[in-house]
Design a protein around this ligand. Structure first.
Ligand code: TYD
Length: 133
């Protein structure tokens, strides 16, 4: 999958004097939502991710705080995206290598996923992912 397929998605925000409310329904993402999970209490300096998925598509959102997402495609292209807004999501297509790093203190990464957890969908060996190695 080419890195041009990565998208930033604006998540609808409902604002009033009591604060903001953002909602993700199926029309916000280009897949049927099958799973939601979140990363939190990530120790400073920790890297997460470090894998690609054969089929899974995901939307990542910095619900709180910030972190960087390093994305790589199979042809060696690389992009770094900072997520730091609860109403902005990063859509990661399948066959895209991702690493999550530089988590701020208290950061929470919400992940909306197109598939249930399936161990066999992971590619964890970069040399098996990259066509350049
Ligand atoms: P892992 O994929 O290594 O997390 P990250 O994407 O941050 O690198 O997952 C950590 C552990 O949690 C691993 O043992 C698999 C397990 N896990 C589940 O059981 N269900 C899930 O939905 C996810 C995402 C992970």
């Amino acid at each position: 999958m080419d890195l041009s397929n990565i998208k930033i998605i604006d998540i609808p925000k409902i604002t009033d004097v009591r604060g903001n409310l953002s909602v993700i329904e199926n029309d916000v993402v280009p897949f049927e939502i099958k799973r939601v999970y979140y990363l939190y209490d990530v120790p400073s300096g920790t890297h997460r991710g470090g894998h690609a998925h054969k089929q899974l598509q995901q939307l990542l959102i910095a619900i709180s705080g910030s972190f960087n997402v390093v994305l790589k495609d199979q042809n060696g292209a690389k992009k770094i995206i900072t997520l730091n807004k609860p109403n902005r999501g990063l859509l990661i297509p399948n066959m895209t290598w991702r690493e999550l790093e530089d988590f701020s203190s208290g950061a929470v990464c919400l992940v909306v996923a197109s598939e249930v957890y399936e161990k066999a969908d992971y590619i964890r060996d970069f040399s098996k992912f990259s066509l350049k190695v």
